[in-house]
Design a binder for this molecule. Sequence first.
Ligand SMILES: [Zn+2]
Length: 129
Amino acid sequence: MNGIQCEATKADGVRCAQLANIEKAADGRDLCVFHDPDRKDAMQAKGREAARDRNRQVIAEKDLPPLETATDAAEWASKLAAATATGKLDPKRAQQVVNFIKLFLDAKTKAHYEEALKDLRERLKKLGG
Ligand SMILES: [Zn+2]
């Protein structure tokens, strides 16, 4: 692999084997993302932000109706939209739930047509026989 090796020495006295960042650290040294204090802070801030997103309060189960009808799906969508818009729900997580709602509605629609088709076939059979 091409690139410059990080100049930092680890606690055990061994030189860090990571590749240095393309840009030099503020002190002019070639350091990897773990040893460059500026980037380390940014990485840690990103990690904290990700943890915060994961731990964000979700919509409580008791506040959602069982997902059984299209009307339920509309209520779910409404609550998801509000929770996402107000920052209570991680947009990525909201998107996952939206995908499930779509899947549910699609399956529900197919089940409805299956039932209607079955009903029509039975009526035809009665007419024919
Ligand atoms: Zn390093």
